[in-house]
Design a protein around this ligand. Structure first.
Ligand code: XMP
Length: 435
């Protein structure tokens, strides 16, 4: 089905993505394009019903004032200028301070009355369209997907399963740094419930051997990322006749930032670094979606709520929460304490409120007392933060009784631990993760 589209031209405003999301929330599809789009490029886009020129006071880039190509005014598509002096219809988005509801109200008359756009953007239509498109792109050939269990790759897997069934081959690499039960959930949902063609590789020993004695956080990241690609590559080479690589690229990966006004479309590779001779065409069915839309798409496809609303989890996993050189006993302590924290946050309803929460185990011990004897064990640090974009973050003021319950359980249930601390530091000066 052809959906109507409102094109946003980027003149360096920070509100581009908020504006696009607001228009989509009205049920009309919207995409962001560079300010200097040509008339030909504009005409080649399907079903454009209106154009919003969105530039704040910053439309001077590198000392050069930038403006749209004046020819776009004569294409015959309604144009609205939001917030600069060429305003045909003055909407000061900045004044709304990213208030989605206010922005929706402000653009509604333009979208529906002036442009006569139809509100036909919804997840059911999106999923059906993508299934059609993927079937057309892939035909009888096969698609490979690195299924981490994160929101994006899980939704891609569910969508491709609907579209092409067993022509999708998923590889789940368990690097031993996953949270408790996470790899098992991926196997349960995709292999057992959805009958996906899933290759499960438990390479815990291989990763932990490579990481043994490595204390530098960046070195750890490099080893984990590099080894992940090698395992994935080994599996890809074992398979015959794969032409496509599916990726969970989403719209923010493509837009990058509202201030990027030059050629802005840049491919973002979640599985970057594969060798040149492994040539795949890309299948990226989520490339139009914002994160909240990806979640809505996952629900539409019937994925479990916990999988769709999973909190962000770093690629290097618990590897950057088991500080310094990773040892199996401390890794186990991080994993068990994290599972307790997640369980108690869920019971208290905090899992729906707090953006990211986890445990950290540092590589030093302290003296304690257990069963009337001296102990010398690791501390567990609890961290719970709220943020919009992960650039800055505030801590969650967790109620004392909840923290005491979690502390009690960690001290009773987690081996080799004798102390629990709560991290009070916002970002900045701290970062969200400890490494
Ligand atoms: P920081 O610690 O930089 O984290 O304040 C910001 C957000 O990014 C996540 N994070 C990572 N994600 N690979 C990832 O995929 C990484 O190496 C990595 N390091 C941090 C972090 O969990 C937080 O959500």
């Amino acid at each position: 089905m052809k959906q109507d589209m409102i094109v946003i031209l980027d003149l360096g405003s920070h509100e581009n993505t908020v504006l696009a999301r607001a228009i989509r929330a009205l049920g009309v599809y919207s995409e962001i394009y560079p300010h200097d789009i040509t008339v030909e490029e504009l005409k080649a886009l399907p079903n454009v019903k209106g154009i919003i020129i969105n530039g704040g006071p910053n439309n001077v880039i590198d000392g050069v004032a930038i403006d749209v190509n004046p020819e776009i005014y004569s294409v015959g598509i309604p144009v609205m200028a939001a917030g600069h002096d060429k305003a045909l219809c003055e909407v000061k988005l900045g004044e709304f301070a990213n208030d989605m509801e206010a922005i929706k109200e402000a653009v509604k008359p333009f979208v529906f009355d002036t442009c006569k756009a139809e509100a036909n953007w919804n997840m059911t239509n999106f999923v059906n369209d993508q299934i059609e498109l993927v079937r057309r792109q892939v035909g009888d050939r096969k698609v490979l997907l690195a299924l981490s269990g994160g929101v994006d790759s899980s939704v891609v897997a569910a969508l491709l399963l609907k579209a092409i069934g067993d022509k999708l081959v998923c590889v789940h690499v368990n690097h031993g740094l996953m949270r408790k039960g996470e790899s098992e959930d991926v196997v349960e949902v995709f292999k057992n419930q959805l009958n996906a063609n899933l290759i499960y590789k438990d390479v815990t020993d291989r990763f932990l051997d490579k990481l043994a004695g490595v204390a530098d956080p960046e070195e750890k990241r490099k080893i984990i990322g590099g080894e992940f690609i090698r395992v994935f590559e080994e599996e890809a080479r074992k398979l015959d006749g794969i032409d496509f690589l599916a990726q969970g690229t989403i719209y923010p990966d493509i837009v990058e930032s509202g201030t990027k006004t030059a050629k802005m479309v840049k491919s973002h590779h979640n599985v970057g670094g594969l060798p040149e001779d492994l040539k795949f065409e890309l299948v990226e069915p989520l490339r139009q979606l914002f994160k909240d839309e990806v979640r809505a798409c996952g629900l539409e496809l019937g994925l479990p709520h916990e999988m769709v609303f999973r909190q962000p989890f770093p690629g290097p996993g618990l590897g950057v929460r088991c500080l310094g050189a990773i040892t199996r006993d401390r890794l186990e302590a991080v994993r068990e304490a994290d599972a307790i924290l997640r369980e108690e946050f869920q019971k208290a309803g905090l899992d729906k409120k707090v953006w990211q929460y986890f445990t950290v185990v540092p590589d030093f011990k302290s003296v304690g007392v257990r069963d009337n004897a001296r102990s010398f064990d690791w501390p567990v640090i609890i961290r719970a933060v709220n943020t919009v974009d992960a650039m800055t973050a505030t801590i969650e003021p967790v109620d004392w009784p909840i923290l005491m319950k979690i502390t009690d359980r960690i001290l009773k249930e987690v081996k080799n631990v004798n102390r629990v601390c709560y991290d009070m530091s916002p970002k900045p000066n701290a970062t969200i993760e400890w490494e």
